[in-house]
Write a protein that binds this ligand. Structure first.
Ligand code: NAD
Length: 559
């Protein structure tokens, strides 16, 4: 049984009468209809399941406990990932019930950091395609291939070309784990229907020699397409999406820097699309900063931010911070001056050779700095944000310097996975005498320091993109705007409770993420109506309308 068959029968299955339901092995092997040992006696009778299942009947709750026990028994996160993916392919409802009720524990397995390790081995642990692969060899035929996907009402597509998977670089076709994982989060965190989700891997080759030498590499064994050939394939894909799924939102994910900005600029005003690494990251980091300011009792206008890393994430965050400063009355010129960057060539300053147009915006008059530490001493930023993929680059000296200059220094070590973080949570608290307001990209456990427990926030994009997507789908917005990410950041920061802040946590608990996503969806949909972008009729009660669209992972009764 493959996802293709599953999707087909499930999608139509929602409206099927009992007589039309598949029976026997066909229903057990259909993950969207399957209930495993939760089929009741009556259902087993009607659906010809007697004898095909062990006699005992379990409630979904008991099934979930068994799954959790098994996950906890498995020692390696990669084995846990494989086990959960197998569950996804076997019993989707149980998969989502288990994930939704245990997000804090399981999100690090189905998403970062474990998904990163899984992508590195994707061909070796391959079980089921779970999405659609469109390759350079299919040029001219992309629309036909997309038509093989059995569901015609696709509303969200997450697409990657696998060139910059998390902080791990070019993983080519092994990058499929990312669209699959992100779309599971759309469903788990915001209740977007699984039927509406389509993961896409654009296989344009890979320049990763290790993968090309790997006999189990699943992608095209060739160098990456570049230039016009690359652009033409992406364009063909976009046109096919427009023709087949005119209401679909396209999320560009984990494209390398040189393509990510170009694709965003090319498509954001043409189709309903966004780049999560740039815009989603900008939004979640701004939300963290807003919440941090509630702790330090400072205003956004007082902030000066130094970034380590001037790529997609850094630029996206700086853009959002500037948007926030401008919204509070600062001029654009002044807002840009509040953001500084260090990249692999040092401090980004006016007159430096070879600056691209994004970095040039933030290239201010200043002498070169010989190190990140020097830049901290020179600029005395209120916040440092690590988005460089350089593990350990927030050294003890950097952290101590931040603590010297500010009572509550903001330290965001956002590089993923955990092994790439600029510093650990423990280092951040220890080297600032517990005064840092810390967040990371991948999760860190709570830290006990001098008799106090600190709960580090995880600046996970999952706080933003599922809610934004749900709002865009509900309003059938024709575009995704920067303003939507700005309003999403504000809404998210308002969901952080005083109790969270007391523990140093600047994001709400993951256990409340569905409620948070709902609030974001309402704010985004409302904005789509105000901006004249919504094509769906406006319901009287937006919140109630969106809430009733959200997927709930409960079994249906078949009798
Ligand atoms: P990118 O490739 O676009 O940018 C990386 C940047 O780091 C480049 O500007 C590069 O010059 C710089 N860099 C590399 N080596 C450096 C060094 N030694 N010193 C200073 N700068 C250096 O990548 P990206 O999309 O911006 O992602 C960067 C990191 O941020 C990744 O690890 C990614 O996982 C993480 N990220 C986290 C979140 C989140 O936490 N929510 C979201 C997006 C990205």
């Amino acid at each position: 049984m493959t996802v293709f068959e599953n999707a087909l029968s499930t999608h139509t299955g929602i409206a099927l009468s009992v007589e039309e339901l598949p029976t026997g092995c066909a229903i057990i092997n259909n993950p969207r209809l399957n209930k495993g040992m939760a089929f009741t006696l009556e259902e087993r009778d009607v659906l010809n399941l007697r004898g095909l299942l062990p006699p005992r009947i379990y409630a979904q709750d008991d099934q979930m406990q068994r799954i959790l026990r098994r996950v906890r028994d498995l020692a390696s996160p990669l084995d846990q990932f494989v086990y959960l993916m197998a569950l996804h392919n076997r019993n989707e409802t149980l998969f989502y019930r288990t994930i939704i009720e245990n997000l804090e524990e399981l999100m690090p397995i189905i998403y970062t950091p474990t998904v990163g390790y899984a992508c590195q081995k994707y061909g070796h642990i391959f079980q089921d395609p779970q999405g659609i692969y469109l390759s350079a060899a299919d040029k001219g035929d992309i629309k036909n291939l997309l038509q093989n996907w059995p569901i015609k009402d696709v509303r969200v597509i997450v697409v990657t070309d696998g060139e910059r998977i998390l902080g791990l670089g070019d993983l080519g076709a092994f990058g499929m784990g990312i669209p699959v994982g992100k779309l599971s989060l759309y469903t788990a965190c915001a209740g977007v229907l699984p039927d509406h989700c389509l993961p896409v891997l654009l296989d344009v080759g890979t320049n990763n020699q290790k993968l090309l030498d790997d006999p189990f590499y699943t992608g095209l064994p060739q160098a990456r397409l570049t230039g016009e050939a690359y652009d033409a394939l992406v364009e063909e894909f976009i046109q096919a999406v427009q023709a087949l799924y005119p209401h679909a939102l396209v999320q560009f994910e984990d494209f390398a820097n040189h393509n990510a900005f170009r694709m965003l600029e090319k498509y954001q005003d043409r189709i309903c699309s966004f780049n999560d690494d740039i815009q989603g990251t900008g939004s979640v980091a701004l939300a963290g900063l807003y919440a941090a300011l509630r702790i330090s009792r400072k205003s956004i206008a007082e902030q000066k931010v130094l970034f380590m890393g001037a790529g997609e994430a850094g630029m996206g965050i700086a853009h959002m911070i500037c948007t926030a400063m401008i919204a509070e009355g600062m001029s654009e010129t002044e807002a840009l001056k509040r953001c500084w960057f260090v990249d692999s060539r040092g401090l980004v300053i006016a007159g430096r050779d070879g600056l691209n147009k994004h970095k040039a915006l933030y290239a201010h008059e200043h002498p070169p700095a010989e190190s990140f530490l020097q830049a901290v001493h020179d600029l005395k930023p209120t916040a440092i944000i690590g988005v460089s993929g350089q593990a350990g680059s927030f050294t003890s000296e950097v952290l101590e310097a931040m603590a010297t200059y500010h009572e509550r220094p903001v330290i965001f070590a956002l590089s993923n996975p955990t092994s790439k973080a600029e510093c650990t949570a423990e280092q951040a608290y220890k080297h600032t005498e517990g005064r840092a307001i810390f967040a990371s990209g991948s999760p860190f456990a709570p830290v006990d320091y001098k008799g106090r427990q600190f709960v580090p926030g995880q600046g996970n994009n999952a706080y933003i993109f599922p809610g934004v997507g749900l709002g865009v789908i509900a309003a059938q917005s024709t575009r995704v705007t920067d303003q939507m990410f700005f309003i999403a950041a504000k809404t998210l920061s308002e969901q952080v409770s005083e109790t969270d802040l007391e523990k140093g946590r600047i994001y709400p608990a993951l256990s409340s993420i569905r409620a948070v996503s709902l609030q974001i969806a309402v704010a985004v949909a409302q904005l789509a109506y105000e901006q004249g972008l919504a094509s769906a009729a406006k319901p009287d009660d937006l919140l109630a309308d969106i809430q009733q669209r959200m997927y709930e992972p409960h079994y249906r009764s078949y009798v």
